[in-house]
Design a binder for this molecule. Structure first.
Ligand code: GLV
Ligand code: MN
Ligand code: MN
Length: 396
């Protein structure tokens, strides 16, 4: 089993790797991500799993056993990355799912319910802007008519890269389990290799468009400017302060400046706010406070502001009984049950009424969405065993 995990991990290592940064660029429907998806299908076929795909590019592969009946237990994650992401966010859950099936078979285990392994496309929303796009389309919480016109940074529409329409991929799924690298240091602090998720914080992405007036950087007196960069800069500082005061999270990680010249006051700055809070009302309040401050500042700068919510994910509480059952009694005591501020397809399936659990694997750096994201092989193998145990408990 260790060989299987490390061999598969080795297969993925070069795909989409930037030699310059050591990070990964695996944006949905680009060649590295398509290579990973094809690799996944091949791995499923090699194992004799029955592969199903939908019109959005999501994949589910079933371990068919004659004795296995009733709703299935699905496990998996995603293969796309953020821009310059780490190796583990997503692929760890996919490789662990395949390795867990191998481990169950090597144990001679015969499931009484079907077990499936899955990959959802565009989990990160790094290309089309909507987080967990593939799983949202698969459960129907986002409609194809809304999604098809989403555009990437080059203006390519989702409808131009996938056929789209409908999905029945999850119709026989009774339970979903996603294993994921932890994206903070909670498990490090607790001294545990594996943990179980209790909840996902509500979070959202909001496009702030600051419009001003382009003008000469030398001849325009400072008091005569309508500079959207100033309004943006004030807004970024204000968002950081508001989030700190409220004990929440606010990040401007993406900015686009027009015309982006050195010797001109810009005409427009577009910046994307990622905000996360411990409650839905807290998220609404935080975004309203940041937008309010920005609008007030725009009035003073002679600029204008339009705010558009591009992707909003409500809070998710995972099924507590399922979490407790997954966490219970692993020889070393129970796994800790912890909250996360990161979004996951598991949250989308849970919100759609599918009983869902998540397993986290310790990340010694505590860093994620960065090349520094890490998990030790020994912990990954504990994760595979924990996932196999979970699947066994759920399908016995
Ligand atoms: C996905 O990892 C997110 O939380 O943005
Ligand atoms: Mn992820
Ligand atoms: Mn991620």
């Amino acid at each position: 089993m260790p060989d299987d995990f490390e061999r598969m991990w080795g297969d993925l290592a070069p795909v989409g790797l930037s030699r310059a940064s050591g990070g990964y660029f695996r944006q949905p429907f680009t060649s590295p991500e398509r290579e990973l998806s094809a690799w996944f299908v091949e791995q499923c076929e090699t194992r004799g799993l029955r592969v199903e795909t939908d019109s959005y590019g999501n994949v589910v592969a079933w371990w068919d056993v004659p004795a296995a009946t009733g709703p299935g237990v699905l496990t998996g994650s995603h293969l796309d990355s953020v821009l310059d992401g780490g190796a583990y966010d997503g692929p760890l859950g996919v490789v662990s799912a395949l390795a867990a099936v191998d481990l169950l078979r090597s144990r001679g285990f015969v499931p009484a319910r079907p077990i499936g392994v899955s990959v959802f496309v565009e989990e990160e929303g790094s290309r089309f802007g909507l987080a967990c796009l593939g799983s949202r389309l698969a459960v129907g919480s986002t409609s194809w008519s809304d999604a098809r016109s989403l555009r990437d940074r080059d203006g390519v529409a989702l409808g131009d890269v996938v056929e789209g329409g409908s999905s029945s991929l999850l119709s026989s799924v009774g339970t979903f389990v996603e294993l994921h690298v932890e994206q903070g240091r909670d498990l490090v602090d607790r001294g545990a290799a594996v943990g179980v998720a209790s909840e996902i914080w509500p979070h959202g992405r909001y496009r702030f468009e600051f419009t001003g007036a382009a003008n000469h950087a030398g001849t325009t007196r400072m008091e005569d400017r309508a500079d959207p960069m100033l309004t943006y800069a004030f807004t970024a500082l204000g968002a950081n302060k508001q989030a700190r005061l409220a004990g929440q999270r606010a990040t401007f990680g993406r900015v686009s400046v027009e015309p982006n010249g050195t010797n001109a006051v810009p005409s427009r700055v577009t910046a994307w706010l990622d905000a996360r809070c411990s409650s839905d009302s807290g998220l609404r309040d935080l975004v309203a406070a940041i937008s309010g401050q920005a609008t007030e500042r725009a009035g003073r700068d002679g600029t204008s502001l339009a705010v558009t919510a591009e992707s909003v994910s409500a809070s998710v509480s995972f099924d507590p009984a399922l979490a407790a059952a997954v966490a219970a009694d692993h020889g070393v005591g129970d796994w800790p049950i912890i909250a996360t501020q990161a979004g996951h397809d598991a949250g989308v399936l849970s919100a759609a009424g599918i009983p869902t659990a998540m397993l986290f694997v310790r990340n010694p750096t505590g860093v994620s969405h960065s090349p520094l994201e890490h998990a030790e092989i020994a912990d990954c193998l504990v994760g595979v065993s924990a996932l196999a145990d979970t699947l066994e408990r759920l399908t016995r």
